[in-house]
Design a protein around this ligand. Structure first.
Ligand code: PMP
Length: 405
């Protein structure tokens, strides 16, 4: 477990906390994490000293960029234990990763086939499948959840048939931090020859991911939720599945030969990476991976669990509070409401005290509609948060409640 001194040292690596006035509190880490100075400086250094495009010339700057870019790919491969670098595709974010698969897989989805998602997905993991199902006259089926938001596995088993082509499900839900039993889902899906896409956006910086062990076909995430830059996403796909996909965008960087009659595409991973990638972001990604690697996910997770348990304990004292899921042992999201208070009103007042929380529907209308709520207040932790911040959050929350009730 980290000591107070260690956390202080870690926190000091984040310029934003030094630059903020009034000791503000950042509890919106599920939306995006803050960036350590190593990530920021590397991006600056890249633009100041090495800026160039990749693979398009023979000069020294190009070589630097290309080497660094491929180092990021290798480090990402190791980070999630993929089998080869061909399985790591660079995208602009989790959203693009899902859209890419939905587009590329379209030719395998026929009339009356089924795509299965859950009631608790982020809009990014609903809409691409809804549009694809409509376009191909396929069925979009939804795994129901109980009043806590947990998946109904009995119904899931019934939904699975030989017409199921793909399951797309979050590893951890962004609304309530529920850890879905993805191992079980993947096993069942594979028995029915269905592919499985796991949306790892809310898991990647909290849980050790081993895609070979999970045996999922696709695992996607955004780097900005793991201390890295915005505008970079990862699509992991099993090579044998990615090999069957045709490109979803066409342009430079993904071809062997172009004539007016015909184009021969590159192999993996480049055939799915048309155009100039987010080079600065991908170079910064390396530093984000190093940052996490310095502490280990398990150690980070243990520390964040301590924060979460403490927050649940003290918030549970508040009259009229409803905490949406108290069992999020591995994830760092705490969503709540307080009787007769709108999440926006409370969020706005907390903001006056320099506290950043997320309010509203968290890009997940269906689960909010199902629970008949118009949103929640979501706090979410990262490695640099402290027990002292939770105490201060609690004190200010009580002040806000006096003003609102
Ligand atoms: N899925 C989940 C579960 C998320 O939490 C998010 C981000 N809130 C996304 C997908 C989309 O991520 P991005 O906006 O980085 O593409």
């Amino acid at each position: 477990m980290f000591s107070y001194e260690e956390i202080k040292k870690i926190r000091n690596q984040f310029p934003i906390f030094k630059n903020q006035e009034n000791n503000s509190i950042y509890f919106d880490n599920a939306a995006t994490t803050q960036k350590p100075v190593q990530v920021i400086n590397t991006i600056k250094k890249y633009y100041c000293n090495f800026n160039s495009n990749v693979n398009r010339s023979v000069h020294f700057l190009d070589n630097f960029t290309n080497n660094y870019l491929e180092l990021s790919r290798k480090n990402l491969k190791d980070f999630i234990n993929a089998k080869s670098i061909e399985e790591i595709i660079f995208t602009s974010g989790a959203t693009e990763s899902i859209n890419l698969i939905a587009f590329c897989i379209s030719k395998f989805i026929n009339k009356s086939d089924d795509i299965i998602i859950s009631h608790s997905e982020h809009h990014s993991n609903i809409i691409p499948w809804q549009v694809l199902s409509k376009k191909n006259n396929a069925n979009l089926k939804v795994i129901p959840v109980n009043s806590e938001g947990e998946l109904n596995i009995r119904v899931f088993n019934k939904l699975m048939t030989k017409t199921t082509k793909l399951i797309a499900i979050s590893h951890v839900t962004n609304t309530f931090g529920i850890l879905n039993p993805i191992r079980k889902l993947i096993k069942t899906a594979h028995k029915h020859n269905s592919l499985v896409l796991i949306d790892g956006s809310q898991a990647i910086s909290h849980i050790t991911i081993d895609v070979q062990n999970l045996d999922c076909d696709f695992y996607i995430f955004s780097i900005h939720k793991m201390y890295g830059p915005t505008g970079v996403g990862i699509l992991y796909g099993k090579k044998k599945v990615l090999d069957k996909l045709t490109p979803y965008q066409y342009g430079g960087g993904m071809i062997e030969k172009v004539t007016f009659k015909k184009t021969i595409f590159s192999g993996l991973p480049y055939k799915l990476e048309a155009g100039t990638p987010n080079l600065a972001g991908l170079i910064g990604t390396n530093k984000a991976l190093n940052f996490i690697g310095n502490y280990s996910i398990i150690k980070i997770n243990n520390y964040e669990t301590k924060l979460l348990k403490y927050a649940i304990k003290i918030l549970s004292n508040i009259n009229g509070i409803k905490i949406y899921y108290k069992n999020s042992k591995l994830t760092k999201i705490l969503s709540f409401n307080i009787e007769n208070i709108h999440s926006f009103d409370l969020g706005k007042l907390l903001n006056n005290y320099g506290i950043a929380v997320r309010t509203g529907t968290h890009c997940a209308h269906p689960i909010m509609d199902y629970l008949k709520i118009n949103g929640t207040i979501r706090i979410s932790f990262a490695i640099y948060n402290t027990i002292e911040e939770i105490d201060r959050f609690y004190k200010n929350l009580i002040k806000c409640l006096y003003l609102l009730i």
